[in-house]
Design a protein around this ligand. Structure first.
Ligand SMILES: Cc1cc2nc3c(=O)[nH]c(=O)nc-3n(C[C@H](O)[C@H](O)[C@H](O)COP(=O)(O)OP(=O)(O)OC[C@H]3O[C@@H](n4cnc5c(N)ncnc54)[C@H](O)[C@@H]3O)c2cc1C
Ligand SMILES: NC(=O)c1ccc[n+]([C@@H]2O[C@H](COP(=O)([O-])OP(=O)(O)OC[C@H]3O[C@@H](n4cnc5c(N)ncnc54)[C@H](O)[C@@H]3O)[C@@H](O)[C@H]2O)c1
Length: 477
């Protein structure tokens, strides 16, 4: 068998792997990046980008539906051409993938190896008919959809996110299992594009939310638009010809049986560590088989192996994969002289409408009693109401005594932008008083943030009781 000797072997050419490659190359000559699947990254091919393209089409349809409420009418019913929707999704997706593939192909051919890698021992990887002997290794193998056994018999009527972006046309109906991030984004988008959608959850979870008040607001608001049961009771589920027939307890209490074109499993993702041959190494593994690593250096135990991206099973988000890949690659190149990398404040955004934002410590992570909660409802917030986007709730958390801003959970208008503002304040370790001293324009959605900050400042006993409908701040602030 051919044996190739390298300084650094990187397993996976996704976002984390590409970042690792670039950074390892700064320190070592012989770096090889091994990829078993297609080039292009999960983000561009089947993740962030195609999902946002589908959501953008859904938003366009929704704007038309909302227009009459502003007194803006048009003759005839809006028409959604599923084929055109999917053609744009795929065209634009292919454009993004093309950029990634182009940059991968600019990497020298001798630094790229095709095939699935598997550890033979601590330093050797088997890749097709070759053996790669590496001084250090970066595991950047991403994650895959976790599909529960209950869907085993559905055959081609069962889909995960990847297949949706290959559709030529929109189906008539889908049952989405899992109202997590993927289920909410895709389920709502398909609903707005005219697909009959039911979303079934388990255990009451909705998106990544942990704050019961925000979760309740989110679940109630979204349920007004489409069928969403976060704690569904499924009686039966079977394939009948080209359909899936589901019997479930409807939220109204009745037993219903409905037929769907497809079931979409959006029931979580698992890190791709199972088939890596980790049992042939002496790397420390946790109970899920994920190598135990330091989140600042990405080093596995005190070994020569590093891990990055979704494979870590920690923060499966694009910007985290990029940061972790950079740190892991840098350290794989520097080994044994490794350095801690900079980690940013936690930020998560869900592109539902209204959107969800998670900043810093979640409600679940905070310890009872040591923090205060301030909130604002967007139901009557001035600018949100002007734009007919007045649905939502923001809750901010701050530490008693210091007044430090600890985190926030939000379901509401422009959460992608508010989330950034709050995450930047969190990373700067600002107090609520310092945040309140920042400029707030009028009339903007950020005035709602100020209301929540004032509320928490008062609850920390650091500020006065907020004036309801404060006219000094402008109407509707
Ligand atoms: C539908 C969807 C929407 C998303 N939307 C967002 C979003 O809006 N914002 C956001 O921040 N995040 C989003 N994400 C998450 C984001 O896409 C991921 O966190 C990110 O792409 C992970 O990058 P990665 O490099 O870890 O993995 P990947 O890009 O998946 O790369 C891993 C690579 O490793 C390869 N590989 C696996 N095993 C082996 C092996 N043994 N040998 C060789 N190669 C191997 C795989 O083929 C793959 O190419 C979304 C994900 C999905 C599924
Ligand atoms: N906007 C974004 O940043 C974005 C978008 C999509 C995906 N992602 C990333 O991808 C990851 C995976 O997303 P996901 O939505 O697959 O996972 P998730 O963990 O967010 O949600 C899974 C959901 O499925 C439910 N569930 C599990 N088993 C079930 C069953 N048998 N029946 C019904 N419901 C069941 C869970 O309770 C949970 O609500 C996310 O954690 C996120 O990091 C990010």
């Amino acid at each position: 068998m051919d044996e190739i000797k390298v300084d650094v072997a990187i397993i996976g050419a996704g976002t984390a792997g590409l970042g690792a490659y670039r950074n390892a190359k700064k320190h070592r000559e012989r770096v090889v990046m091994i990829e078993g699947g297609p080039y292009g990254t999960t983000c561009a091919r089947v993740g962030c980008m195609p999902s946002k393209l589908l959501i953008a089409a859904a938003e366009a349809a929704h704007q038309l539906e909302k227009a009459p409420a502003f007194g803006v009418h048009f003759d005839g019913a809006p028409r959604i051409e599923g084929r055109e929707v999917m053609a744009r999704v795929k065209r634009e997706r292919d454009r993004f993938v093309g950029f990634v593939v182009e940059s991968v192909e600019n990497i020298p051919a001798e630094d790229r190896l095709r095939g699935y890698a598997r550890f033979i021992d601590n330093h050797r990887l088997q890749v097709d008919g070759k053996v790669v002997h590496a001084r250090t290794v970066v595991i950047a193998t991403g994650s895959s959809p976790a599909v529960p056994g209950m869907f085993r018999d559905l055959g081609d009527r069962l889909l995960v996110n990847d297949a949706i972006f290959e559709w030529d046309d929109l189906p008539k109906s889908v049952a989405v299992f899992g109202p997590g991030v993927i289920g909410l984004e895709l389920g709502q988008a398909l609903h707005r594009l005219g697909v009959r959608v039911r979303i079934f959850g388990r255990g009451g979870n909705v998106g990544p939310l942990t704050d019961p008040a925000v979760l309740e607001k989110c679940a109630t608001t979204l349920s007004e638009e489409f069928y969403l049961d976060p704690d569904a009771v499924i009686g039966a589920l079977s394939r009948e010809e080209d359909h899936v027939v589901i019997t479930y307890k409807h939220r109204d209490g009745d037993q219903r049986t409905e037929s769907f074109d497809y079931v979409i499993a959006a029931t979580g993702r698992t890190p791709n560590v199972r088939n890596l041959g980790l049992e042939n190494t002496d790397l420390p593994l946790d109970e899920r088989g994920v190598p135990v690593h330091d989140p600042y250096t990405m080093q596995v135990g005190d070994s020569h192996v590093f891990i990055a991206g979704d494979a870590t099973n920690e923060r499966p988000l694009l910007h985290e994969a990029a940061d972790e890949g950079r740190i892991a690659g840098e350290n794989a190149g520097r080994y044994p002289d490794i350095r801690a990398g900079v980690r940013r404040s936690s930020l998560g955004i869900v592109f539902s409408d209204p959107q969800i934002a998670m900043v810093g410590c979640s409600y679940k992570m905070l310890t009872e009693g040591c923090f205060a909660v301030g909130e604002v409802s967007f139901d009557d917030q001035g600018r949100s109401r002007v734009m007919l986007r007045n649905k939502g709730l923001l809750r901010v958390y701050a530490e008693h005594g210091t007044g430090l801003f600890k985190g926030a959970e939000m379901f509401g208008p422009a959460a992608e932008h508010i989330g950034h503002l709050l995450a930047w304040a969190h990373q700067r370790k600002m107090t609520i008083a310092e945040m309140l001293a920042m400029p707030f324009y009028h009339p903007v959605i950020e005035e709602g943030v100020r209301t929540a900050l004032r509320d928490v400042n008062n609850k920390l006993h650091l500020g006065p009781v907020p004036v309801p409908r404060c006219l000094d701040c402008g109407p509707g602030a």
